[in-house]
Design a binder for this molecule. Structure first.
Ligand code: ATP
Ligand code: MG
Length: 564
């Protein structure tokens, strides 16, 4: 392609709307443009990279016996009502009605569509397993769309669903998808970690996320360098401490006027947050419960949801708190509380601690477990750096990650709800065992940029680069340079390579800046030494360039690009 014909509107200025590097660069390099909040359009260069990633995904999915198909984005409400998810999704789902007032949604994910499509069509164990996938648009009205295509409201996902006759079959399908994902992210040039993820209380026997380590990642990952354990913060298990309980004091009620926050309490009592047992009141579906964690800890809502087996979990409003504790928010505690109370495992080892007194403006100090009504002790807090690894006991580290992919053993959750059954070899009817597997294509692209950029722009890994080589004649009015550049360009094209010829009548500096910004892996500059038959050869990722003979270009490129 000739640069003069390209529609690549590059920008010198850093766009005000962008916070993170990949977002800034995607706009500056003319890959995407914002259309509305959380909605982006891909321009030609961006779409080329996008399709390269899509093709990598296709190739690796097909290698693992995945079959591509395409489902509609518009989903009739009935199928989501059948699975029970119509109401669960809440405001994240875009709902709409047709002219006859029938309800639909714009699919946020497609478990139901695939399950409904396969039931009635596949009836025998002989036709299993099946791994079906699509690369298709999803819609989620995210509360906080941000970072460009990293978290957008319309995005393209590769979603796959496996259908098996038994658990062993699911394990095999799951492993295939795991392997496909590793191959995909390797080929995209990503440095990633596979971490354990939550698979929910009902159904689902395993789940892993593919995390690209990055300071701008929205997910936290706990990992252990000693044994290799890695899990996201929703899942990462906190181990029960072994400390002995030594209680020396007896409970005492203390007036704490207008002091409701942990910080204020620390000042008031002159102690550390770890001496408090913080009590949070939650609404779990229709039940109101209390959850107690140490004052310096964060409650993990996923762990609490799983323990309670509820669908929705939300903090109780002030009115409910008043009703169940008899006090304003900030004064709840496990002493004398009448509702179901769950405490974190750490609380089990606390002594002489401080809690709310279930009376506005009062706390108890020197509280011990014998004073409290705690029904269950369970791991319900977030892991923190330095906590013991649940596998080997060494201290864990915490990093941030961008979730680019997610693989999930669903079990029979959808096949049972939607009646997706088959006859086994004994003629017995059984629900199919399912898995689901997703990759965000544009989020993957953004993650590639996060890990492969410098102050000048993007440094595309070869596998996804929109063009592999850019040929730059320094001075387009010099016939000798143009002739040589054209010749090199055509030779490379004839090898089937994607090549750009920067034939613009611009200063060399401008061309170099653009080439660096859009991140083309190999740059061949045809300048003064053209008369001697030499060009300047430079890789985007390297600082140095080298003068090489025109005749040696092909072999150099073959070496660098890995062509045979
Ligand atoms: P997150 O926790 O980041 O919201 P999720 O758990 O909702 O992700 P899944 O439902 O597992 O994501 O979707 C599979 C993949 O789709 C994710 O791993 C991610 O790559 C991509 N994805 C999810 N939401 C978005 C979004 N709003 N914008 C772009 N990609 C997304
Ligand atoms: Mg999400």
């Amino acid at each position: 392609m000739r640069y003069s014909k390209l529609f690549v509107p590059t920008l010198r200025e850093v766009p005000a709307e962008a916070e993170i590097e990949s977002h800034k660069l995607m706009i500056r390099a003319g890959l995407i443009r914002r259309f509305a909040s959380g909605i982006y359009n891909f321009l030609p260069l961006g779409y080329k990279v996008f399709r390269n990633i899509e093709n990598i995904i296709r190739e690796e999915m097909d290698k693992q016996d995945g079959q591509e198909l395409h489902m509609s984005a518009l989903i009739p409400a009935e199928v989501l009502k059948e699975s029970g998810r119509w109401d669960v999704f809440g405001p994240e789902m875009f709902k709409l009605r047709d002219r006859s007032n029938r309800e639909f949604c714009l699919g946020p994910t497609h478990e139901e569509s695939f399950t409904v499509s396969i039931r009635n069509e596949v009836r025998s164990y002989k036709a299993l397993p099946q791994i079906l996938y699509q690369i298709q648009t999803k819609f989620r009205d995210e509360i906080r769309p941000r970072f460009g295509v990293m978290r957008s409201r319309e995005f393209i996902m590769k979603d796959a669903y496996s259908f098996d006759a038994d658990e062993h079959g699911l394990d095999v399908s799951y492993k295939k998808m795991h392997d496909a994902y590793c191959a995909i992210f390797d080929r995209c040039g990503l440095d990633y970690t596979v971490v354990q993820a939550d698979s929910g209380a009902m159904g689902g026997s395993g789940s892993e996320e593919f995390m690209v380590k990055s300071a701008v990642g929205e997910a936290a990952i706990a990992y252990c360098n000693s044994c290799g354990y890695a899990a996201n913060d929703e899942k990462a298990q906190c181990v029960e401490p072994r400390t002995e309980i030594v209680s020396t004091k007896s409970i005492e009620k203390v007036k704490t006027p207008d002091i409701g926050t942990i910080d204020d309490l620390c000042n008031f009592f002159g102690c550390q947050p770890a001496l408090f047992a913080k009590t949070l009141i939650y609404k779990a579906d229709d039940e109101v419960v209390a959850a107690v964690v140490r004052g310096d800890r964060e409650l993990n809502e996923t762990k609490l949801t799983n323990l309670l087996g509820c669908v929705e979990l939300e903090m109780a409003d002030a009115e409910t708190v008043m009703k169940v504790t008899g006090a304003q928010v900030g004064f709840a505690g496990p002493v004398g509380l009448k509702i179901k109370t769950i405490a974190d495992l750490e609380v089990k080892h606390m002594a002489d601690f401080i809690t709310g007194a279930n009376e506005t403006d009062y706390h108890y100090s020197n509280v011990n477990l014998s004073d409290c009504n705690i029904e269950v002790f369970w791991d319900i807090r977030n892991i923190v750096e330095g906590d013991k690894c649940p596998v080997c006991g060494e201290p864990v580290k915490i990093d941030r990650g961008i979730e680019v992919g997610h693989i999930f053993k669903l079990g029979t959750k959808y096949s049972e709800a939607l009646g997706c059954r088959f006859l086994d070899e004994n003629g017995k009817e059984k629900p199919m065992i399912m898995g689901s597997y997703g990759i965000g294509v544009a989020r993957t692209m953004a993650a590639v940029i996060e890990q492969n950029c410098d102050e000048k722009g993007i440094i595309w890994p070869l596998g996804v680069a929109p063009y592999k080589v850019i040929v730059i004649p320094v001075n387009t009015s010099k016939e000798e340079q143009m002739e040589m550049a054209e010749r090199i360009y055509k030779n490379l094209l004839s090898l089937g390579l994607e090549v750009l010829l920067d034939d613009r009548n611009e200063r060399a500096g401008v061309k170099f800046n653009d080439a660096d910004l859009i991140g083309i892996p190999v740059r061949i500059t045809v300048g003064k030494r053209a008369s001697e038959g030499f060009v300047e050869y430079k890789l985007r990722k390297d600082e140095e360039s080298q003068d090489i003979a025109e005749a040696d270009i092909m072999s150099r490129i073959a070496d660098d690009i890995g062509m045979s």
